[in-house]
Design a protein around this ligand. Structure first.
Ligand code: MSP
Length: 500
């Protein structure tokens, strides 16, 4: 069946949303919109949300002088409103404090308690452990992973903790995980991430604690209510609780996920622990786990302490919604690490949006007004440009999540149009009275612009809408093969992006 289920990580509410979180969420939105065009609105489920339990969140609530629940409600609302501001079209926003989610976590734990590993052992057992715990990661860390005694992700010294906990027998899943990942079930992309995951398995998988003794802000373990669920187990379950696992219609329709997006900081949780949990629950594994890189800002890690965190709303105020989406995702190839240079935002805005697509659309509509009474000429498409090849390429790139290749493909088309206008000079032809030739050129350009509006819809949805209104045609992917209709009266268009 043609359905598509995609997820982002659920974000910790101890941090306000910044453009790092927005990055993953916008990419997922692009992919969701593309598949809605392909499979229809009712066959795509795009999930995001907030991760609200654990020691780190409880400590942040105390600091803010609020109860954990009040604190989570407030920050979760901020995430929602930022995502709405960015026109992110998620279908469901899951919160780990949702009663329904909490019930599913308990259901999952109950099932795990009676399950057996592939080696015939109990999946869950009780054990005692002493180790270094990084509250930032909400995970035990190994001394060899530390840099100068500090967690490299959070720049903080971990605490030594000793607890009696429930354990998940991850070690028994090493072989089967190796086999599944090598067979690309799931595909771990980009490929170097698959190698990384396999090398973790080679080095040996340790069992993990799935409960906490001394953390109150969490979901009680159903068979040992004095303990709470380890926040990562709680969080991972969101991907199925949001679909109403085990009996919900959404679960039946949408699981397994087509793609789950995450960044490299949480690779082990998603590419090892999550698939192992699913195997223990006897559930199919996601088709693709896409592990993207981290971006730095002006060469530095974004952090509250450095004070260089960009709030997406500030960008929206400066550039508008569509441009913000575009500027955040277009700086470097999806998957890689990259640096976002704030100074480049204005340059890129002017080059790609104001002078690029904005200028092309104004020019072509302007010429159609001047030379063809703002009406699509009665011609057929004759440009030496293979639009079906363009679309095949777009489709292929989406399958591999090569989002930036698609952005490039659109901008190549824009440059092609600019070149086509400059070399054919419709204004000169009009002066010479060559009206048929002018009409032919404008027809070709209008048809290409219609295709451009469809292709940009996933990342520049409002701009696509404005273009399709100007062209007076449906922004309808199902009809993308239908050529623009001759004699259609066009609408004048305001500049799409004003040069800065
Ligand atoms: N709550 C966990 C995830 C649980 S999922 C079951 C968590 N939350 S987080 O708030 O720390 O979000 C991490 C995610 O935010 C990264 O995996 C990535 O998707 C996104 N990013 C946060 N900062 C980022 C950058 N600077 N660059 C790219 N992505 C960034 O981990």
């Amino acid at each position: 069946m043609n359905k598509y289920f995609l997820t982002t990580p659920i974000y910790y509410v101890n941090d306000k949303p910044h453009i790092g979180h927005a990055y993953t969420t916008i990419i997922a939105d692009v992919v969701a919109r593309y598949y809605r065009q392909k499979f229809g609105f009712d066959n795509v489920f795009y999930l995001t949300g907030t991760d609200e339990h654990g020691a780190k969140i409880a400590a942040s609530a105390v600091k803010a002088g609020k109860t954990p629940q009040e604190f989570c409600d407030d920050v979760s609302d901020i995430f929602k409103s930022k995502w709405q501001e960015l026109n992110l079209s998620y279908n469901h926003f899951v919160r780990t404090t949702d009663k329904q989610h909490e019930a599913v976590v308990q259901e999952v734990l109950t099932r795990l308690k009676s399950a057996k590993t592939p080696l015939g052992n109990e999946v869950i057992y009780q054990g005692e452990h002493e180790g270094l715990y990084c509250v930032g990661c909400e995970a035990y860390v190994k001394p060899e992973d530390l840099v100068n005694g500090k967690c490299p992700f959070h720049n903080k010294e971990p605490e030594l903790i000793k607890e009696k906990n429930w354990y998940f027998r991850l070690s028994d899943y090493a072989e089967i995980l190796k086999e599944k990942i090598t067979n690309k079930e799931p595909r771990v992309l980009p490929e170097q991430r698959e190698t990384e995951v396999l090398s973790f398995i080679e080095h040996g998988l340790e069992d993990i604690a799935i409960s906490r003794e001394k953390v109150e802000w969490g979901i009680p373990i159903p068979f040992d209510p004095k303990q709470t669920t380890y926040v990562w187990i709680d969080a991972l379950v969101n991907y199925i609780s949001a679909l109403q696992y085990p009996n919900g219609d959404d679960f039946k329709k949408y699981w397994p996920a087509n793609v789950q997006f995450l960044a490299k900081d949480i690779l082990k949780f998603h590419c090892l622990i999550w698939p192992a949990l699913l195997l223990a629950l006897d559930l199919p594994l996601p088709n693709t786990l896409f592990v993207h890189g981290f971006f730095t800002l002006n060469g530095q890690k974004m952090s509250k302490t450095l004070g260089n965190v960009i709030d997406p709303s500030d960008m929206v105020a400066e550039f508008g919604v569509d441009a913000t989406r575009y500027l955040i995702i277009s700086q470097f190839p999806f998957g890689d690490d990259g640096d976002v240079k704030q100074n480049d935002f204005v340059t890129k805005f002017n080059a790609d949006l104001a002078n690029g697509i904005g200028n092309l659309v104004s020019r072509v509509i302007g010429m159609t007004e001047k030379y063809c009474d703002l009406t699509v000429p009665e011609k057929q498409f004759t440009a030496e440009l293979n639009l079906s090849e363009f679309w095949q390429n777009i489709d292929r790139n989406y399958q591999d999540f090569k989002i930036n290749e698609n952005i490039k493909a659109v901008w190549d088309l824009i440059s092609w149009c600019d070149g086509y206008i400059d070399s054919n000079k419709p204004w000169a032809l009009a002066k010479e009275g060559k009206q048929t030739e002018v009409e032919q050129i404008l027809f070709n350009l209008l048809e290409i612009i219609r295709n451009i509006s469809l292709a940009i819809e996933p990342f520049l949805p409002t701009t696509a809408q404005k273009i399709s209104e100007a062209l007076n045609c449906d922004l309808n992917f199902v009809k993308k093969e239908e050529v623009i209709k001759p004699k259609t009266k066009l609408n004048k268009v305001e500049p799409l992006f004003l040069r800065k």
